[in-house]
Design a protein. Structure first.
Length: 137
């Protein structure tokens, strides 16, 4: 029987999207865009479905969460919620490496895929500063 007034239950009711670590509370999102070299169209719907599974498994390895995934013929968009202990450069490198390896090994499309995936990362912070924030002199 769960206690509705426990600290954990209160935190989940306040904002279920905020993640909690041992000594921190966080909600860090990164918008990743992976583009094929020369913007060549080589992603079919079947490849995109499998890439979503590949990206999801890599996110689980890094204790991150794949919030959204969308793709077109020449690029994919990922919205990822990741913990602060993960270095974003290592995380993106792993995503690129695993997905590129899958693309090269699969026989899903023609020889139009050349090289690796390019990437762009955008991060978003809180829209407003907290009201109790004071600047020290």
């Amino acid at each position: 029987m769960s206690n509705l007034n426990s600290k954990k239950a209160i935190k989940e009711r306040l904002n279920p999207k905020i993640r909690h670590g041992r000594h921190c509370t966080f909600l860090i999102h990164a918008h990743l865009v992976f583009v094929t070299k020369y913007r060549r169209v080589c992603f079919t719907p079947r490849v995109l479905d499998h890439l979503k599974e590949v990206f999801d498994s890599v996110c689980n390895d890094f204790e991150a969460e794949l919030v959204e995934f969308q793709g077109e013929g020449d690029h994919v968009h990922l919205l990822v919620n990741y913990p602060p202990k993960v270095a974003l450069s290592r995380f993106v490198g792993s995503l690129k490496g695993v997905s590129s390896r899958y693309i090269r090994e699969s026989n899903c499309f023609y020889l139009t895929f050349k090289g690796d995936l390019r990437h762009s990362v955008n991060s978003a912070g809180a829209p407003n500063e907290p009201s109790n924030y004071r600047r020290s002199a």
